[in-house]
Design a protein around this ligand. Structure first.
Ligand code: ADP
Ligand code: MG
Length: 314
């Protein structure tokens, strides 16, 4: 019997060839919905987590473009929330349209999702995730920061860029809401862009922080919280590969935690792209009876049937 699954959608599920207009991204979301709805028809209950890299980058650019007392720049946590709203809107509209085209009684809805991170996470003293605009020089970057305590790093010969911490997700604040919606049969979109990072303070409750959370790690936390049957990470390649980029490259098929850990130790997976997917997958399958899948967006159903993709069993 198919059960609850968490589907993590990568950049290719929302953008093609970097076309960033709302219209272009909605077209891609429509295509993504067409690829996901067969899973619902097959009986799976879907919870969707999506990335937001290019989208939140553009929102930050808009926010930085005007900063006056009347129209102040919003902080990064608010920008992540804005990206959840926009992308969630595109996905839920695409899903609802596809449900009605197929005369299904399903519903889909987005939850603005806060994700608790540890204020002492080592990531806060080592920001790594580049966001927003490229500057020619560090001086130019400093001027743009206008006194704000930003960290800038040189990004692969392309210029100077702001980097922000990428702390590990610990807990989904809206977990109860998400579970209630699942119980009501809703296809839930949650944890978008990895979630709005918040820390728990003694005096002020939840407080947003200037950081971004990796959406693959958040997908694993969501999947654990709802005790999903499978974590399905859908991306632009057929699965995790060994010898990636070499003539000897091959997609890893059915495997186990020990074998994947060995490949991690051999540095087979690039940090910032495939490595977090594999780490998230391994974290999820720490508990017995679970599986994690890394596959291409178009092959989700086949991957769930065990025919393609990287399938890690606990
Ligand atoms: P997403 O937007 O889905 O999170 P990413 O670009 O972050 O996608 O990560 C997926 C990409 O990781 C692949 O498209 C591929 O270019 C890259 N990659 C790096 N190492 C590997 C590997 N060992 N096997 C497969 N893909 C890899
Ligand atoms: Mg990624």
């Amino acid at each position: 019997m198919p059960g609850k699954i968490v589907v993590a959608l990568g950049g290719n599920a929302l953008q093609k060839q970097g076309e960033a207009s709302a219209h272009a991204q909605q077209d891609v979301a429509d295509e993504t919905a067409r690829q996901l709805v067969p899973l619902i028809l097959a009986g799976y209950q879907l919870v969707i987590v999506h990335g937001n890299g290019p989208q939140v980058g553009n929102i930050v650019l808009h926010e930085e473009a005007i900063n006056t007392p009347e129209v102040p720049t919003f902080p990064l946590d608010t920008c992540v929330a804005m990206s959840q709203g926009a992308i969630g809107f595109w996905l839920q509209q695409a899903l609802i349209d596809e449900f009605s085209r197929r005369q299904m009684k399903s519903v889909a809805s987005t939850v603005v999702t806060q994700v608790v991170v540890d204020a002492n996470d080592p990531a806060f003293s080592n920001p790594t995730k580049p966001i927003g605009v490229f500057y020619q020089t560090e001086t130019e970057a400093r001027q743009a920061a206008n006194g704000r305590n930003f960290t800038f790093k040189e990004d692969a010969g392309r210029g100077w860029r702001r980097v922000v911490p990428s702390p590990k997700p610990q807990r989904i604040v809206e977990e109860y809401t998400v579970k209630a919606m699942i119980d009501a049969g809703v296809t839930v979109i949650t944890g978008g862009g990895g979630g709005v990072p918040v820390v728990e303070t003694v005096s002020d409750g939840l407080e947003g922080v200037e950081a971004v959370i990796d959406k693959d790690f958040t997908a694993a936390v969501v999947a654990d919280a709802i005790d999903a049957e499978a974590l399905v990470i859908l991306t632009a390649v057929d699965g995790a590969m060994v010898d990636y980029g070499k003539p000897t490259a091959r997609t890893i098929g059915r495997t186990n935690r020990q074998e994947m850990q060995r490949y991690i130790d051999e540095n087979q997976f690039a940090p910032g792209s495939m490595l977090p997917k594999v780490q998230a997958a391994l974290k999820f399958v720490e508990k017995p009876g679970r599986r994690a899948i890394i596959a291409s967006l178009g092959s989700a159903e086949q991957a769930l049937a065990g025919q393609v993709g990287t399938i890690i069993e606990s």
